[in-house]
Design a protein. Sequence first.
Length: 105
Amino acid sequence: MMDFKSRIEEKLATALAPAHLEVINESHRHNVPPDAETHFKVIIVSTQFDELPLLARHRKVNELLASELAEGVHALAIHAYSVSEWEARNTGAPQSPPCLGGEKR
């Protein structure tokens, strides 16, 4: 069975034909067991997002990854851009904030 990262990459690449795709496992930044695959950041740039508002883009990604979210992916940070938006950013996607929950104190 494929790991979550590979499954996410394959599904998004197949469905959205992205010009740019990054799937980053950020689980190590959270209070989870070593080698966990529970928290991901997705940066995706696709012409399919050209006419879609942000909420519709997120819904599309969430629908494509519904089985992964049901099977153990706990958090998914989505950064979805049209090609022109991505080119205009010049800085890439925002950094993820530090984990504030679930820490043992």
